[in-house]
Design a protein. Structure first.
Length: 211
C-alpha cells in the first residue's frame, strides 16, 4: 500500500493511550478523556508546518523578537458524531479555531456515507481545514467529507484519525491524493461488517455511552 502523505504518529504516549482505548473494559468517562488527550497530541504533530512570522514584544526584561502564527486561520471539522470527541482536544491547543460540522452515517446495507447535516463557518474557504474522526475504516465518510470541503472552496485540507485501516487509507489517497493524513495506528484490515480489526469497536458508542 502506498503511504505517501500518510503520517503515522508512533509517539510512546500516543501508543500507551491508544492501548487504553482498545481495551474493551475501559469505561465511557475514561474513553472520552483519552480520545481528547490523543487528539491534542496528534494536533501538535498535524500543525507542525504551520507558518509563523516575527513580531516584537516586550518581556519583563527587554524587547524581543518572537514567532507567532501567521497566514490563514484554522477550522476544525469533526465528522459527526464520533468526531466530536476529538474537538475539545484540538481547541485546547488552538482556541481561536472555528468549528464546522459534517453529519454522515453509514448505510448498513451499502456501507456508503449519507450526509444528513452540514454547517460551516462563513469564511471556511479562507481557512486551513483539519477534519477529525477517530476511525478511518472503509474511507467512505472521509472521502465524502473531504469532497464537501473542496466544494466549499477549501484548498488546504488535512485529515486526522486515531486508527486507520489500510482500505481506508487507500480510498482517501485514491480520491484525494493532495490531502495529508495523520493517524496514530494503521491496523490490519476490515472485517465483514466493515469494522477495523483489531480496532476498538464503535468509537461513537464508546464516546457517548450509547451501546
Amino acid at each position: 500500500m502506498e503511504m505517501q502523505h500518510v503520517h503515522v504518529l508512533n509517539h510512546p504516549l500516543l501508543q500507551h493511550k491508544l492501548s487504553i482505548l482498545r481495551d474493551k473494559n475501559t469505561g465511557v468517562k475514561e474513553f472520552r478523556e483519552i480520545v481528547g488527550e490523543i487528539a491534542s497530541l496528534m494536533c501538535y504533530e498535524a500543525t507542525r508546518d504551520l507558518t509563523t512570522e516575527e513580531v516584537e514584544i516586550e518581556t519583563p526584561i527587554c524587547k524581543a523578537k518572537v514567532q507567532v502564527l501567521s497566514g490563514k486561520k484554522i477550522a476544525i471539522v469533526p465528522i459527526l458524531r464520533a468526531g466530536l470527541g476529538m474537538v475539545d482536544g484540538v481547541t485546547a491547543l488552538i482556541p481561536s479555531a472555528k468549528v464546522g460540522h459534517i453529519g454522515l452515517y453509514r448505510d448498513p446495507e451499502t456501507h456508503e456515507p449519507v450526509k444528513y447535516y452540514c454547517k460551516m463557518p462563513s469564511d471556511i474557504a479562507e481557512r486551513d481545514v483539519l477534519i477529525v474522526d477517530p476511525m478511518l475504516a472503509t474511507g467512505g465518510s472521509a472521502v465524502a467529507a473531504i469532497s464537501f470541503m473542496k466544494e466549499y472552496g477549501c484548498k488546504n485540507i488535512r485529515m486526522m484519525n486515531i486508527i486507520a485501516a489500510p482500505e481506508g487509507i487507500e480510498a482517501v489517497q485514491k480520491a484525494h491524493p493532495d490531502v495529508e493524513l495523520y493517524v496514530a495506528a494503521v491496523d490490519q484490515c476490515l472485517n465483514e461488517n466493515a469494522y477495523i480489526v483489531p480496532g476498538l469497536g464503535d468509537a461513537g458508542d464508546r464516546i457517548f455511552g450509547t451501546k
